[in-house]
Design a protein around this ligand. Sequence first.
Ligand code: 0O2
Length: 214
Amino acid sequence: YENLKIVEDVKGFIRQQQLYNAAIKEIRTKLEILDEEFQVQYDHNPIHHIEYRLKSPKSILQKLKKKDLDISMSSVRENLMDVAGVRVICNYIDDINSIANLLIGQDDITLIEKRDYITHPKENGYRSLHLIVAVPIFLAEKTEKIPVEIQIRTIAMDFWASLEHQLKYKSREDISEELRQRLKNCADSITQLDMEMYEIHQEIAVGKDRQTSL
Ligand code: 0O2
């Protein structure tokens, strides 16, 4: 009986993973279509590239334990919204809201949560727009709405977040206040860079429009 239960659990887990993978595919396709449309209409690609991942069983277990949650597949389904994760790296800062709003506006997408760490950066300097959306997956006999966590950020924000994540991961102890402040200063410089690059891009785009209208 015990073995039968394990087989059922494993089957359930694989099935659930398939659903999360399908949800990632749906979101990626939607984003790619939006990016291509922008290219055709405005001669501009808002998306630099897209990354995605399925949370590993080990991280799922760690998160359930950290949050003191029941360790079961139904607990994962109900409580963890970031098993399927998509990261959208945009070129310019204004591309972030354009992409987010167009995606959220689609009929089959349900917005579950929005965390704007760009308007309100984290204390350490972390900036990104986080969305949790549910996307319907059409199966043979039913439709399931699957949550996906989408992080949208610029290349510059991604540069900072990736390195900060590595540094945090590498240093086993908490980093000193001085290093924390230096990392925060890097985040501030990056904010400035993002604004400056955005303005340069705007000015070039306006110049191009003027030339074509002449
Ligand atoms: P992984 O491996 O990246 O998935 P939650 O525990 O998710 O319910 P939390 O952590 O407050 O609540 O959610 P939040 O703030 O939306 O952050 C979720 C994810 O954003 C993190 O995933 C990171 O990927 C990223 N993130 C958030 N804060 C920081 C930060 O200060 N620095 C960096 N580099 N990334 C950050 P996980 O779960 O940590 O892991």
